[in-house]
Design a protein around this ligand. Structure first.
Ligand code: CO
Ligand code: CO
Ligand code: CO
Length: 306
């Protein structure tokens, strides 16, 4: 599996039992604390492997850092934060590469494995399935408010706790229960990634906007116009495939188009299994997840927002 299906990661079948999953992700800091930034970058980079139903095994650090102008202790903290998440995920750091750059960037190249018959793609959602989302939306808007110096401490704490959370447990439970399709919600927003699922699966998707979990402060900041550039381009790019009166949703529609960092998994599975997944994630992992919509026969490759 390569670029053509716009899935979360590339997959290369090595043997009858083992397929490699490979992915890379890095970005500029979205929080001030370097250790936390490292944690977020790693949780985000590993997420694409979890979205494919795989187990990440090894990683390489990808680093850009202005050695002339910033203290190397900051870089050490970023890497220490990253390593702490790799330890939690039982991923071995094998090395990496760094370049000098005026702007700090950090992330990982990750290699994982999956049984070839158990690869979870975004292309197998089935009509009648329910869609479960495992993290609230709004990290992009709150990060923008943080940059503007007006995000509340409370709201930043909330998005940090969410962004450093590995998608590992959610991924394991979706596999135990037998999900049909999955993707993780990142830069292309909830709507963008849901659309990829609809298009690649040849189905339609109905979203119950009231059921979508959000960080409440993000609504407030969206109302003040604190929309990241990516949110505007997501809307521009995807809205032609969205039906329903999103204007009537007000700032909630900005959250649906908000680019997420280390967002949750969007999982498609049959009705009964969706309810069990939400139950299991709460009971066994203390993860709040929500049934946010439904897969329909059509209109093909479109999203209806109710
Ligand atoms: Co992804
Ligand atoms: Co990615
Ligand atoms: Co090198």
């Amino acid at each position: 599996m390569g670029l053509e299906t716009s899935d979360d990661a590339g997959v290369y079948q090595l043997t009858g039992e083992i397929a490699l999953i490979q992915t890379a992700d890095f970005f500029t800091p979205i929080v001030d604390d370097p250790f936390t930034f490292g944690q977020i970058a790693v949780a985000n980079a590993l997420s694409d492997v979890y979205a494919m139903g795989g187990r990440p095994l090894t990683a390489l650090n990808l680093v850009a850092f202005p050695v002339e102008t910033l203290s190397s202790s900051i870089l050490r903290e970023i890497l220490r934060g990253g390593l702490s998440k790799m330890d939690e995920a039982e991923v071995a750091l094998l090395g990496g590469h760094s370049v000098e750059d005026p702007e700090v960037k950090y992330g990982l190249a990750v290699t994982g494995v999956v049984h070839p018959s158990k690869i979870m793609t975004n292309a197998n959602a089935k009509p009648g399935d329910r869609l479960v989302l495992t993290k609230p939306l709004g990290t992009g808007i709150i990060a923008t408010a943080l940059k503007g110096g007006i995000a509340s401490e409370e709201s930043v704490k909330k998005i940090v706790a969410s962004m450093v959370t590995l998608n590992r447990n959610a991924s394991e439970w979706m596999q135990v229960l037998g999900a049909h399709a999955c993707t993780d919600i990142t830069g292309f927003s909830f709507i963008g990634h849901a659309l990829e699922m609809a298009i690649n699966s040849g189905v339609g998707i109905v979203i119950q906007s009231k059921a979508v979990p959000i960080f409440s402060e993000a609504l407030e900041y969206a109302n003040m116009g604190l929309i990241p550039a990516g949110g505007h381009s997501n809307r521009q790019f995807f809205s032609c495939r969205v039906e329903g009166n999103t204007d009537a949703l007000g700032p909630l529609s900005d959250l649906l188009y908000d680019p997420q960092t280390s967002g949750g998994l969007l999982i498609s599975l049959s009705l009964g299994k969706a309810e069990r997944l939400v139950e299991k994630l709460k009971k066994e992992e203390n993860i709040d997840s929500y049934v946010v919509g439904e897969v329909t026969e059509g209109p093909l490759g479109k999203i209806q927002i109710l």
